[in-house]
Write a protein that binds this ligand. Sequence first.
Ligand code: AVJ
Length: 332
Amino acid sequence: MRTEQGIAIVDRDEDGVDRAFRADVLAGLRQQQKAVPARWFYDEVGSQLFEQITGLEEYYPTRAETEILQARGTEFADLIGPDRAVVEFGSGSSVKTPLLLETIEPAAYVPLDISGDFLRESAAALGEKFPGLPVYPVEADFMRRVTLPDDVAPLKKLGFFPGSTIGNMVPRTAVDLLRSMRATLGADDGEAPLLLIGMDLVKDASTLEAAYDDSQGVTAAFNLNLVHRINRELDGTIPVDAFAHVARWNDDFARIEMHLEAKRDIAFEVSGRRFFMRKGETIHTENSHKFTRRSANILLLAGGWTPLERWLDKGERFSLILARATEHRDAP
Ligand code: AVJ
């Protein structure tokens, strides 16, 4: 396993506490609008709950994106061509990645993930499905430029970023990520890399709110797991039963917001610090931005990528977009 510059990705203090998690939670709870970054959902329980979400009737994105990957394989193959190194940002979910690798005849597969455990699992699974394909897992934070293994340096690149994970980021961060991807994929030193990216579409608020507030309460459990995680890992005394899961459509910013809303006035401690919340006050835990054809294109262009082709599922709920790294001089 390669680790970027040999630095351990998770930095723990002498008590084994993830320093970045604690810093994000303490800073987030001090804000006027309390907020904790969505990346902290994904401990082991949270990752399992997310897997469960992807199978829910109301949660359409995973099924819609999988449908596109299944239906459009030959078109991908024609436009992308063979012999590329596929660099996946966030290691492959068991279903989607094989659908891509099956169709395009790649020369190598490079999963990038901040979690070594997820990486090892997905790399092993992919290795079994594609015995001839060289797999180079890289443990790294892909929000920054990542140095790819020497063996894939000479190959043409295809970045793969499914799941509309880009939608979790506010536009400023999304643009930073798109630019980092350009740098990671070597946009300025060889043939222009391609990027295949999943972006969920704007649709009626009731469909969106149901997708993030399912009738079985799995998404609520996913959201509330963050409180359990804070209590467990950061010596928290947060009364979990005092919180309600809220998913609401923010039409100005075209995003679903998930919040944890205090059902009564509460006081609690996290890592020895005291916090208070008024009844009705919320902790903002996730944004999931939705896109139109134009807003998706503008975001990609802002990040240095020129959209080439776009595919939708039959229900027109989700988009997969193929883009090429924009040459620096092509703007008038
Ligand atoms: C993994 C970011 C794509 O925003 O739809 C699902 C996470 N949150 N239900 C999404 C999520 C609540 C998901 N992504």
